[in-house]
Design a protein around this ligand. Structure first.
Ligand SMILES: Nc1ncnc2c1ncn2[C@@H]1O[C@H](COP(=O)(O)OP(=O)(O)O)[C@@H](O)[C@H]1O
Ligand SMILES: [Mg+2]
Length: 262
């Protein structure tokens, strides 16, 4: 695949981000001259030491933070209905409304879509099915495990069909078995929806298992240290984690992160 703008979804050009302290004294440079192209339909992981600016970068891509220099070019394929966000966002800790059922939490994402009641119900039904939540539609967040709550976040983020799904360490707080299950499910969801996914993680195995490419950020100020293509074809099942290619690639990531002060 060559990098014409045809197959690029988001392009960051010379992005710099500084946080100013409230009293105007100290400044933190979070991102320094970040250049990156994310291709349409790929899963790209962004990996880097804690505090290197991963969340900041995701927020900038989402348009949640506009206080930066440089440029973010977005090449969305579809025309979006006014008021509908271009990106779905999944946070590390679920941001579900405790007083709303699973169904009603997913509906949140659809409120601006201007759909009829029947269309909304059908869409929620699809999302419940896709994320394995069909039996939990009327449960409340506090009745769900952490893994289930993350599924609800994914369903909510995808409900309005954004072209890009941004995930900020979405499985970081889950136990290992639940994480692996959600990783497998995410691959299935990705294959059926063909979304572009940008996934922040600090787990090298997660990056290697899920992504087509991995962007390695240096420690703060975060700058792109390398972008690697994962040498494993899709569809992937959990067995690939036992393969030599996988171990080798994960080692490469580990080595690169090892050079970075934590
Ligand atoms: N709202 C903020 N105000 C000031 N500094 C911030 C703010 N958010 C993040 N930072 C700083 O910017 C750097 C990058 O943060 P972040 O993007 O959260 O890193 P990561 O997600 O890679 O751990 C960190 O040093 C952090 O302390
Ligand atoms: Mg973060």
């Amino acid at each position: 695949m060559n990098d014409t703008s045809e197959n690029i979804t988001v392009k960051l050009r010379h992005v710099n981000k500084r946080y100013r302290s409230r009293r105007g004294a100290a400044e933190t440079t979070a991102l320094l001259d970040v250049n990156l192209e994310v291709r349409r339909g790929e899963i790209m992981s962004v990996i880097g030491p804690s505090g290197c600016g991963k969340s900041t970068m995701l927020r900038i891509i989402a348009g949640l933070d506009t206080d930066f220099t440089g440029e973010v070019q977005r090449f969305w394929k579809t025309e979006r209905k006014k008021g509908l966000p271009d990106t779905g966002f999944v946070f590390q800790s679920p941001t579900l409304l405790p007083w709303r059922s699973v169904r009603k939490n997913i509906a949140l994402g659809l409120e601006k879509a201007g759909l009829s009641r029947a269309e909304t119900d059908a869409r929620i039904g699809e999302m419940l099915e896709m994320t394995g939540l069909a039996d939990f539609a009327d449960s409340y967040p506090n009745q769900l495990s952490g893994g289930m709550q993350q599924r609800v976040q994914i369903a909510r983020a995808l409900a309005y069909d954004p072209p890009v799904l941004l995930m900020d360490e979405p499985f970081g707080a889950l136990d290992y078995i639940t994480r692996e299950q959600l990783q497998e499910d995410l691959l299935k969801i990705w294959q059926s929806t063909e979304k572009t996914i940008i996934l922040v993680t600090h787990a090298t195995d997660e990056a290697a298992y899920l992504s087509k490419r991995v962007c390695v950020l240096s420690s703060r100020p975060g700058t792109v240290k390398a972008v690697h293509t994962v040498p494993i074809s899709y569809p992937r099942t959990i067995d690939v984690k036992a393969g030599a290619d996988f171990a080798q690639f994960q080692n490469l990531l580990r080595e690169e992160l090892k050079d970075e002060p934590k």
